[in-house]
Design a protein around this ligand. Structure first.
Ligand SMILES: O=C(O)CCC(=O)C(=O)O
Length: 328
């Protein structure tokens, strides 16, 4: 009972006033949080409980914030030429013969060469990996750190692309710094079905299958002020937040293969430019265009198509709902 009250107190202190946890089980929750067990498991004090006070979430936040995040304005970090609203840092368990490659939409092979580092170079990134692997019986090999500098930084609705991920292993979301809500909605739906106010030191474990059925996002704070329990409002500045996402990636390449893809990608880009120029000059040849496809561009296009399909599905759903509403 004493522990229950302590836990309750901690959760209230962390502003998780719409959910009370005891030993990772929910005692009380608001209706929007009722659905979270559909998607995965939330451990509000995972760092504190796992490392028994040898490190605090605040100390880890300070350490992570001191790291060299990739320059978001660099060409190899952009998505289709656009700067993304967050900064990234990458770790993998091998950088020679077995490099894990997770092809998220803004992924470019150049990032591997320029940005990837070994997990073993960061003591706490490695300690967290060992603890996750031991507790959940997985073999994570890929970590992305994401820095949300302020409330304007965000990540839009998406499913983690399953193509290069292990089909069973869950995805692990760790959170440090500013408490911000991780939102979920069913594919094709607009309505948020689940909101997890990620406390510093907390862990959310997203089932692999649920990742394919539900999209998630970290919305810009101005979008969430009205419906979140993140304790931010227009008057209080949203401080930096850093997440660490641990994944078990099944797509393994050698550095040599990665080098080849970088060269092929550069060739593909050159061909694209040529095609554009030919199109303008009216010399465009479709058949020739099909032949000069290269692997790298094929992959990038598949990722883009995933995103486009999601947008199309969403538009279709919205149209259906509008038509239904009009009919009623
Ligand atoms: O920062 C987070 O908690 C979410 C990050 C995320 O959704 C992603 O990297 O795919």
């Amino acid at each position: 009972m004493v522990t229950t009250l302590q836990q309750l107190n901690t959760n209230l202190h962390n502003n998780q006033v719409n959910s009370i946890y005891y030993q990772n089980k929910i005692l009380f929750m608001s209706s929007i949080q009722m659905q979270q067990y559909l998607v995965g498991d939330y451990y509000p004090n995972w760092i504190q409980e796992t490392f028994h006070g040898t490190v605090t979430p605040a100390k880890l936040m300070k350490m992570l914030a001191s790291y060299d995040f990739a320059d978001r304005s660099a060409a190899h970090m952009k998505y289709r030429g656009h700067e993304i609203h967050r900064s990234k840092i990458f770790w993998v368990d091998n950088l020679e013969e077995k490099v894990p490659i997770y092809t998220f939409p803004a992924f470019q092979y150049q990032q591997v060469k320029k940005e990837y580092q070994l997990i073993s170079t960061s003591e706490w990134v490695e300690k967290i990996q060992e603890a996750l692997d031991g507790q959940f019986g997985v073999a994570t090999n890929h970590v992305i750190g994401t820095l949300y500098q302020d409330g304007k930084d965000s990540i839009g609705w998406h499913n983690d692309k399953p193509k290069t991920l292990d089909s069973i292993a869950p995805i692990f979301f760790l959170s440090f710094g500013q408490q911000r809500p991780l939102l979920f909605r069913k594919n094709g739906m607009e309505q948020v079905c689940c909101e997890i106010s990620m406390a510093p030191g907390s862990l959310f474990v997203l089932d692999a299958s649920k990742n394919q059925q539900y999209q998630h996002c970290i919305a810009a704070e101005s979008d969430t002020n009205n419906n979140s329990n993140s304790n931010n409002n227009n008057n209080s500045r949203c401080k930096p937040r850093i997440s660490l996402i641990y994944r078990q990636v099944k797509n393994i390449l050698t550095m040599q293969e990665i080098e080849k893809k970088i060269v092929a990608g550069a060739r593909g880009k050159k061909n694209n430019k040529k095609r554009k120029a030919e199109k303008i000059a009216g010399e465009y040849d479709d058949e020739h265009d099909n032949r000069i496809e290269n692997e790298t561009h094929q992959e990038t296009r598949e990722e883009d198509e995933d995103a486009e399909e999601t947008v199309k599905a969403e538009k279709k759903q919205a149209k259906k709902r509008k038509a239904k509403k009009a009919a009623n």
